[in-house]
Ligand binder design. Structure first.
Ligand SMILES: *Cc1c(COP(=O)(O)O)cnc(C)c1O
Length: 233
């Protein structure tokens, strides 16, 4: 279970099999290794096995690991945790993607703070797809307006939508929220300015099959690659 090589191989096989069953191209499904709570050595191990995309939730923890791994220059870092306005600068400077944008203020700050040398920052809008009171994410009803504003920001590249649905016990019920997120992306793409949105960041260790069946393009997998986390979160 904690053998990172075996886990990565198994996940790639699994993604391939699910893609084959639905006639999808497995190359369009990116495996994002969620490394929060894992040491830099575990990231290095996964990197040496060919993994390039890593997701982190907590800024300070991520910055420390990025320093320790600075020699791995082609790592692609994704920020996937809740993002407060006062933390945007380092995220804009140090990451390639942010999956958790849910307010214009945060987007505007990321846009202003993105270094010109780095090219546009890829962003997804986090959607509170189950309308849970305690969850981050924008309400579905507010999504089109936010997307139309963010697409105007020149240093951001709005890529699509992300969700963390309420956990469900079986595949059929897991599929419902993912289908809803996919439908929201399709609706946005009807607007000509949003037609190039191409990303659905959905699916974690326990629901990746449901997510891929509903069109996920990035699955965010932590424990199924690295085993239990060593720090809380
Ligand atoms: C922790 C986390 C994951 C990975 O969860 P696992 O269950 O360990 O696969 C994915 N996405 C987000 C936003 C997370 O916070």
């Amino acid at each position: 279970m904690h053998n990172i090589a075996d886990n990565l191989n198994r996940l790639h096989r699994q993604i391939q099999q699910i893609a084959d069953r639905t006639g999808r191209d497995a190359d369009k499904i990116q495996l994002l290794a969620v490394s929060k709570g894992q040491p830099a050595t575990a990231i290095r191990t996964a990197y040496e096995l060919g993994q390039r995309h890593f997701g982190e939730n907590y800024l300070q923890e991520a910055l420390e690991k990025q320093r320790a791994l600075a020699d791995l220059t082609d790592i692609c870092w994704h920020f996937i945790g809740p993002l407060q306005s006062n933390k945007t600068r380092k995220v804009a400077e140090q990451f390639d993607w942010v999956h958790s944008v849910d307010r214009y203020r945060v987007a505007e700050r990321l846009n202003t703070q993105r270094p010109a040398t780095r090219g546009p920052l890829n962003v997804c809008l986090q959607v509170n797809i189950d309308s849970e009171v305690s969850k981050s994410g924008i309400a579905v009803a507010a999504l089109p307006t936010l997307a139309e504003k963010i697409i105007e920001l020149p240093h951001l590249n709005l890529r699509g939508l992300m969700c963390i649905p309420r956990s469900q016990p079986d595949l059929q019920r897991q599929r419902i929220a993912f289908a809803q997120l996919a439908a929201q992306l399709n609706t946005l793409r009807d607007s000509s300015r949003l037609a190039r949105l191409d990303t659905l960041s959905m699916g974690m260790s326990d629901d990746l099959e449901a997510a891929i069946l509903e069109g996920s393009t990035i699955v965010r997998i932590g424990t199924a690659i690295f085993g239990p986390r060593q720090t809380p979160g």
